[in-house]
Write a protein of this length. Sequence first.
Length: 142
Amino acid sequence: MSSVSLNTIKQIMRVMVEGSGFERTLSKVDVLSTSAGKVVCGMRVEEEHTNKGGTLHGGLTATLVDVISTLAIMNSERGAPGVSVDMNITYMNAAKIGEDVLITAQVLKQGRTLAFATVDLTSKVTGKLIAQGRHTKHLGSS
């Protein structure tokens, strides 16, 4: 797999969060590291990220799975973002306000037209798994 630089992935993320689209909700996400087919980000849960119970909102978790896995797919062989075909998130533990979360996305397989990625959201302090997502994207014809 080929990959682009950490700075390039950071620039892509910056363009997304500075735009007028929904990705603005990810303005507090920091891209920490990249390697071929893998992107690791971090985020501190703040009040704006939470549900009425004061924990990380499930919709934001789904958005993190979507966007960070797309960055990992873009950081692989084809370099194309593709379009979502299927996404699944399993929620296992709550993340509270002030908790630092690591978001690790990795491409599992990239074929001729489809890419498969997994995303783990874990507590930076305890290592406890908060949520796990799987994302399938159609890359178009090769």
